[in-house]
Design a protein around this ligand. Sequence first.
Ligand code: HPA
Length: 234
Amino acid sequence: MTIHIGAKPGEIAETVLMPGDPLRAKWAAERFLDDPVCVNEVRGMLGFTGTWRGHRVTIHGSGMGMPSLSIYANELIRDYGARTLIRIGSCGAMQEKVALRDVILAMTASTLSTPSSGIFRELNFAPCADWGLLSAAARAAEAKGATAHVGGIYSSDVFYDERPDLNEQMTRHGILAVEMEAAELYTVAARHGCRALAVLTVSDHLISGGHLDSAEREGGFAEMVEIALESAFT
Ligand code: HPA
């Protein structure tokens, strides 16, 4: 047990999928894993371990925002031996060419700061995905016929952003989408020599103002979980 995770030693797999929402972790575990067992309920942050095509997998919520994700990623890696961590979540598109339901594979994650930023002092560390996971995810998405975009995203600290000018600069510099967790996941994983990737579904569009309804979100989510699982084990 750690401060935030109630799992016993050995109950967390080396491969962990991390949705923001704990109920999404439950839904994905019940839908995709064989024999899922709930291994964490501390503070309502649910984690499940089971198998997918014979491989042990944990699906554990991260919560919203980088401070929350950082707590879970640190404990999963340092205390439970997680080695491959894949964020599965939603994002807001920042480019015209990106449509609702498209998949974003985040090659890099720009930020104003992460919970790890203090380590780097005046240096701007460039959080990036693991190439093996990223390239396997791109192949998996293509094989499914999913429309996937590979490129940079923006990990923001705010959902209700009072600085639209900053979003404009992101769009101008080719950033595909905004979310709130990947940069810290990539940074913590890099620090510990682990593999990390964020596979995201576009749930809303910052330029057109469109949104997916809840049924459409679920469909997009299933495709994303499959891509994440396939990337981890190819
Ligand atoms: N901002 C930040 N995170 C998000 C958004 C957004 O517009 N959409 C989905 N995750």
